[in-house]
Design a protein around this ligand. Structure first.
Ligand code: ADE
Length: 248
């Protein structure tokens, strides 16, 4: 999959894209990230990409010409691609959107800076605006990295284990069960006995119950929308007692 990223700070992307899973995915050609500096599309000698807002007010606004030229150059090189503008005014990014976008062959991610972007860019030159949450960051670069990370890990071969993205949080909108590793006891805190039982059926059910309980407690909004199967209902009704010593 190809990501074209348009930013006035392309250097912000270097280390997050070089390390770990994303770094390996790039080395293996599973994703390609092409960084394009919007400043290179400014036409004055100072390469100005921002200006004062019409109507007055604080801060600066990103000028439309360099951004639109950069979008057009990316489009011309990539062929058809969805153009997404990172913006706190956009549609809220979630796992479902990550899955949808992971089916695209190419995405053009446009990063705004300063107080905002000239509204004509969003109105006419992008397909959608995307927000990563109800808070305001200093620019769209971190949001673009969030999208790349969340999308890339869904692509075949990017994670070692082909099955893992589907089985975890938000494939089904439920929180993850708690995980433990060695040592069995850490500062007086022990690992639940059931996980040491070697009984995979019981472990699976215990994990499912933990996921349900966590979701009900921490994310009642998700829990309310969860289609509960009959096993889920039984687990919730019997609760932890079902896993006390000797029970199966
Ligand atoms: N730019 C600034 N804040 C943002 C956010 N929350 N999401 C996407 N782009 C942004």
């Amino acid at each position: 999959m190809i990501f074209d990223v348009l930013s006035i700070f392309p250097e912000l992307f270097e280390s997050p894209l070089a390390c770990s899973i994303l770094g390996k995915a790039r080395e293996r050609g599973l994703i390609q990230v092409r960084l394009r500096d919007i400043r290179g599309y400014a036409d004055d000698k100072h390469q100005m990409t921002d200006d004062r807002p019409f109507g007055g007010g604080e801060g600066m606004v990103m000028k439309p010409e360099p951004m639109v030229r950069a979008i057009e150059a990316a489009r011309a090189e990539s062929g058809p691609a969805r153009v997404l503008l990172m913006s706190p005014q956009g549609r809220l990014f979630d796992q479902q959107m990550a899955v949808e976008l992971s089916r695209e062959p190419r995405l053009i991610l446009v990063c705004g800076r300063y107080e905002g972007v000239d509204a004509r860019v969003a109105e006419r030159f992008v397909d959608a605006e995307v927000s990563i949450g109800d808070y305001v960051l200093t620019g769209g670069e971190l949001p673009a990295l969030v999208l790349i990370d969340a999308i890339a890990r869904l692509l075949p071969g990017v994670l070692g284990n082909e099955c893992s993205p589907l089985s975890e949080s938000f494939g089904e909108p439920i929180l993850e069960y708690p995980q433990y590793t060695r040592p069995r006891e850490f500062r007086g805190l022990t690992v639940p006995d059931v996980l040491l039982s070697g009984n995979h059926q019981i472990i699976r059910r215990w994990r499912r119950l933990q996921a349900l309980l966590r979701t009900r407690q921490r994310r009642p909004d998700l829990f309310a929308r969860l289609p509960l199967g009959s096993e889920d209902q039984t687990l919730l009704a019997r609760g932890e007692a079902a896993f006390s010593a000797g029970a199966s």
